[in-house]
Design a protein around this ligand. Structure first.
Ligand code: NAP
Length: 321
């Protein structure tokens, strides 16, 4: 299910040149826009194909401050978008297909237009890797989750599966034992990729059971996940785990393909920051999961958006001196 957010009664955007163009419309992009627009910088968000980012695929968000009773992910993003528009941000729901950061003003090409900007904030986020198992997509946000911090508390006293063998999988499995009765870690190999300290912590935890050389075959259920079919790849035996959820923790892919060769990326493909939120190219900034592979929270992405906007404002002021 992909929820859509479209603004009503909005005039078509006719301007082509902006003080700042923000690529991406998750919490980082919207927050950056709220700040730059409020600072009277002409701001355009090019929102991409999934405006709202990962939060459009979640249900209730309980840990974003300010909502005592929680808020649905799509509603949070719609509200942020309306707030950015109220501050004067122009938003187009188009996809960026190419950028030219070699000369100023910077050029950004979408499917339908070319835009120019004196500064750019990259807020394209990261996409959690999918296993590709049958039922995984169907039960996404109905028991299949890609973020234990976000969704763990919904699984109190249940048995759950964590897929993966890296640091994220161990961290998530250990965290989930606070809520779950039992956590099954399903890993495709017979050794973990996670650091020794994380392995030791997971091995010591009595609520965690490891299933080695095992892959997720299928996710089953009715309204919600109730069974995970797993296969031992050494024997081809298929087992059924009666669980309420599946946490997929097999890594993330930063959405940076567009920027390869234009700005510096780290060895995992995340944007490398040089000076606070600025990249190696003066005038190009980044915010949120596209550079942050440590925290990956809506609130931290929003905070990075705020920081990038303040850095942009300072950069634009200093350029004019
Ligand atoms: P990662 O280190 O790349 O590990 C991914 C894990 O998922 C690996 O065990 C891999 O299996 C497995 N995997 C990948 N694709 C799969 C597939 N299609 N089906 C089944 N399993 C699959 O990713 P990460 O754990 O998210 O960590 C990312 C980076 O952040 C790492 O550098 C990590 O050290 C760091 N990190 C650190 C901490 C911490 O120190 N507390 C916490 C989280 C993350 P194989 O082993 O078979 O390849």
């Amino acid at each position: 299910m992909q929820a859509e957010i479209r603004s009503e009664n909005k005039k078509p955007e006719t301007r082509r040149k902006f003080d700042v163009i923000i690529i991406g419309a998750g919490p980082a992009g919207y927050t950056a826009a709220i700040y730059t627009s409020r600072a009277k910088r002409e701001t355009l968000i090019i929102s991409g194909i999934l405006p709202g980012g990962q939060l459009m695929l979640t249900t209730e968000v309980e840990n974003f401050p300010g909502f005592a009773n929680g808020i649905m992910g799509p509603e949070l993003m719609t509200t942020m978008r309306q707030q950015a528009e109220r501050m004067g941000t122009a938003i187009i729901d188009d996809e960026v297909v190419n950028v030219d950061f070699r000369h100023k003003p910077f050029k950004i090409l979408t499917y339908s237009e070319e835009y120019e900007a004196d500064s750019v904030i990259i807020a394209t986020g990261a996409t959690p890797r999918k296993i590709g198992a049958k039922g995984e997509q169907e039960f996404s946000a109905r028991g299949v989750s890609y973020c234990a911090t976000c969704d763990g508390p919904f699984f109190k006293n249940q048995d759950i599966v964590v897929a993966g063998g890296g640091d994220s999988a161990m961290e998530e499995a250990i965290f989930l034992t606070k809520f779950a009765n039992k956590v099954h870690v399903v890993h495709r190999k017979d050794t973990l990729r996670a650091s020794k300290v994380m392995q030791d912590r997971a091995f010591e935890n009595k609520k965690i059971q490891f299933h080695w050389n095992t892959i997720i075959e299928e996710v089953k259920g009715n309204q919600k996940v109730s069974q995970i079919m797993v296969k031992d790849v050494t024997t081809n035996n298929v087992n059924t785990l009666e669980v309420g959820g599946l946490f997929v923790a097999i890594g993330h892919e930063p959405n940076t393909k567009l920027f390869k060769g234009q700005i510096e990326l780290d060895e995992q493909g995340y944007v490398a920051l040089k000076n606070h939120t600025q990249t190696n190219v003066e005038g190009i900034f980044a915010a949120g999961d596209v550079h942050d592979h440590r925290y990956r929270q809506a609130i931290t992405a929003a905070a990075f958006g705020c920081m990038a906007a303040i850095d942009v404002d300072k950069y634009l002021s200093e350029r004019k001196k």
